[in-house]
Design a protein around this ligand. Sequence first.
Ligand SMILES: [Zn+2]
Length: 467
Amino acid sequence: MKGKKGQEKVERQFQEDILSGMWEWRLQHPKATFVEIEAEMEKRIARLRALMLEEIIGLSSAADWPEGEAIDCPQCGAEVQRGGKQQRKLQASGGSEIEIEREYAECPACGAGFFPLDEELQLLAGSLCPHQYEGLVRLSSWMPFGKAAQTLRELLGVSVSKASARRDTEAAGAAYVALQREAADQIAREAPEEPAGMERALLSVDGAIVPLVQGEWAEVKTVVVGEVQRKVDGTGQSVVVTENLSYFSRLVDAQRFQHLALSELHRRGLGRCGQVAAVMDGADWQQGFVDYHRPDAVRILDFPHAGQRITAIGQVLLGEGSPACHQWIEPRLHQLKHDGPTHLLAELHGLQSEHPHISLIQENLAYLDKRIAQMQYPLFQQQGWPIGSGSVESANKLVVEARLKGAGMHWQRNNVDPLLALRNILCSDRWDQDWPCIAQRLRMQTWEKRIALRVKHRAVADLPLAA
Ligand SMILES: [Zn+2]
């Protein structure tokens, strides 16, 4: 009966507001532009959509909760009791509003209180519909919160403040951080079997500095995993490419990072990849990371980093920017890339003996001496490995800096990881796959918060009155 009435109401509005209404409007606006016609049309469709959603949603038995139908408490399984009807307003796309009326349920056993219809519809907290909520978080992961709120308003006609864009995004990110933390803990504890890995994988780790509040700066660590393949480019040349990149970033110390990254590396089946190479800038924590996750990986010192050390020696000897300096550096980088480090390092040691008082030569040479095995560039290239950590350098820009290092941005330390986690799934092209888990987690958290609040209220109610 209710369904029939609702259907008639929708059909009537469609007839009056859109079919005849739009024609009448056109007669009154014979010279309207395309944009004006379209805007009028959108407005009317938005109203109809809102009404139709309201009526269609209202058809669920969870809205009315018919007499005699038992509902079990999701928390403890006891039969819940009716707590009276309440209304909830949601923003519909296009600036309309949806009002849903639904029965409240209270559990006499555990004290949980909830709306069975909201649970069935899998609504999230607040005034946004699930799709809008997701859109807001997704936009805020790409751009500053204020811009995201504005873009959502322009695209969907949904009104949200910058503050709620921030709050909802940070909550969603925190939910994902928690999921990944639990996954890492479980992997460390139970060592479940990994999915099959790639034939040849590239692992790359590096740090990027982000601005925190009160002028503090902190290092965000990122690991990139990619698939290395030989391909033929447009000119018929064989080239090494790294594809299917995915990212994991956190603002934590090296040891914690090593552990937390298990969630991503296990997902990529790193332990079951045929061969793995690790391209790094040579920092000690990065070696420790590779030792932990894939001790047999081929270690490669990022070629540009090795080049920087050689350049520094040339500059101190011949003067930064001088033509002589340039002429000195270039053939030596070429030599390192194509002949390896042996002869070059012998030459540099000779220079060090000639200039024992220049400490910069000694420092840079000591760095290179320590990493001879990681500079066997001719061999690495022959084996088909990339020798530059271009993927992680660009990961720092793409994943971290593009969103966290904007003009005037200063982050609270505990808000960095949530945003990084969202950036990771965006940049790894995994949003559609992972968002449902985030939404599910957010609903669970709302549920837990409600229970905690009830427990607190009960405790207060049970307190003896002061004499
Ligand atoms: Zn219960």
